[in-house]
Design a protein around this ligand. Structure first.
Ligand code: NAP
Length: 388
């Protein structure tokens, strides 16, 4: 492997994209940026392209193609746009692809990139939730290594002993519990968007911040863990750990439980994915347990946070239900952010869509994308018929 790593970042303008770029800027001689993408944030995309001297900059919103080209005037970066542009960028050979688009919009590029990269640093959990079987099989076929970027899965990846799989007791995912961990059930009806967007420990994009508040994010992570590590639902637990210092644990049958710890800063997990199988210095604050003093734990409350229960049920029922869970959640979160439905309406919508949609055979990525599109329409229609 050459010393300079060719890297493409899908979702470069987002929270994970920005943290990835911070690591690249801290170690510029180690990386050559090949492609960067965004949906609408054309100014930031062009700024990143000029700073990184990226070969390609792709704006998903086609109507912004000319704006991107104007902003890149005089630079060597090639401007691309739309779905075709994203897929073209995904098919350029690189060492590392960072998949950091939010939502199932990231599925097609993630899947398309697998044959063309050596390592896939995967933040886009929605892709694995909906199409884990297809993604893992393609990665296996092409010898592409999938490195989880989610801090919980990075933690498990770091302490999971494949040779002792037969003696695994449980994977234990930690959850901060979000901003409403201690909020009485009666007050859930009055949760505002502003309050839901205030995560106690992590700075993230809007969608995942709401997912953390409903615990749907932990549900998506439960599914992601089951697929990535090939472990059944009944061997995966969730424990609420408000300090977000232990990022997850693996318990073995001999009574040993191994954990990965660190400050809540996504640069550690991203750096591990970029540098694997090595480690690299970062400017993340080192962990000082004497300063932190106390680490606490409690069981998640499935009454106040039904999304976590629904995710587990979906995982057990199969791929169709996992897709329904994910799509219904994405649409419901959008509506909550727009003020059309209440906070508790999010899990209500997920539950209704799960109840009202039957399983169907899905084998290809095209099948999954089509099914997701149908579900989006169905969810939006359902939202107009329910009073929240
Ligand atoms: N943030 C975290 O700390 C964190 C931690 C663990 C896992 N993750 C996962 O990482 C992924 C990204 O999260 P994030 O918080 O970084 O999200 P984010 O801040 O909202 O950024 C999302 C990125 O995706 C782009 N994008 C959005 N919709 C798109 C579309 N339809 N087509 C193409 N590009 C699109 C955005 O472009 P614009 O800027 O133009 O909108 C942006 O670059 C999610 O799957 C999340 O669950 C995030």
């Amino acid at each position: 492997m050459s010393l300079v790593q060719k890297i493409s970042i899908f979702g470069a303008t987002g929270s994970i994209g920005t943290s990835t770029l911070a690591l690249i800027f801290a170690n510029p001689s180690a990386y050559e940026v090949i492609a960067i993408t965004a949906e609408k944030n054309v100014k930031e995309l062009a700024k990143i392209a000029l700073k990184t001297k990226a070969k390609y900059a792709v704006i998903a919103d086609k109507s912004l193609h000319q704006t991107l080209q104007n902003l890149l005037q005089g630079a060597k970066t090639i401007a691309l746009s739309g779905r075709d542009g994203l897929l073209e960028a995904a098919k350029i050979h690189v060492d590392i692809v960072v998949s950091a688009v939010v939502g199932l919009a990231g599925l097609e590029v993630t899947y398309a990139a697998i044959p063309y990269c050596k390592k896939l640093a995967l933040a886009n959990k929605e892709s694995i939730v909906a199409a884990g079987e297809q993604i893992l099989s393609l990665a296996h076929q092409h010898g592409t290594k999938i490195l989880p970027v989610d801090s919980e899965h990075s933690a498990i990846f770091q302490v999971f002993e494949e040779t002792n799989r037969a003696h695994l007791h449980k994977l234990i995912l930690t959850a901060s519990g979000g901003p409403f961990r201690q909020l009485p059930a009666a007050e859930f009806a009055h949760i505002s968007v502003e309050k839901a967007l205030k995560h106690p420990n992590w700075k993230m994009g809007a969608k995942i911040t709401i997912d953390c508040a409903t615990l749907a994010n932990k549900g998506l992570e439960l599914i992601e863990a089951a697929l990535l590590f090939n472990v059944p639902a009944d061997q995966i637990d969730v424990v609420v750990h408000p300090e977000s210092i232990i990022h997850s644990l693996v318990a073995y049958q001999d009574g040993s439980t191994l954990a990965q710890l660190g400050m809540p800063d996504m640069r550690t997990a991203i750096s591990y994915a970029l540098s694997w199988p090595n480690r690299c210095a970062t400017s993340v604050q080192p962990l000082n347990l004497a300063d932190i003093r106390n680490l606490s734990f409690e069981a998640p409350d499935l009454e106040r946070f039904p999304a976590l229960r629904l995710a587990r049920e979906s995982l057990i029922r199969g791929q169709t239900q996992r897709i329904i869970f994910n799509t219904a959640n994405e649409i419901a979160v959008d509506h909550f952010l727009n003020g059309t439905i209440s906070f508790m309406g999010i899990s209500k919508i997920i539950e209704q869509l799960l109840e009202k949609t039957s399983s169907k055979p899905l084998s290809t990525i095209e099948d999954i994308v089509d099914f997701d599109q149908q579900l989006r329409l169905k969810t939006k229609e359902m939202i107009t018929q329910i009073t929240f």
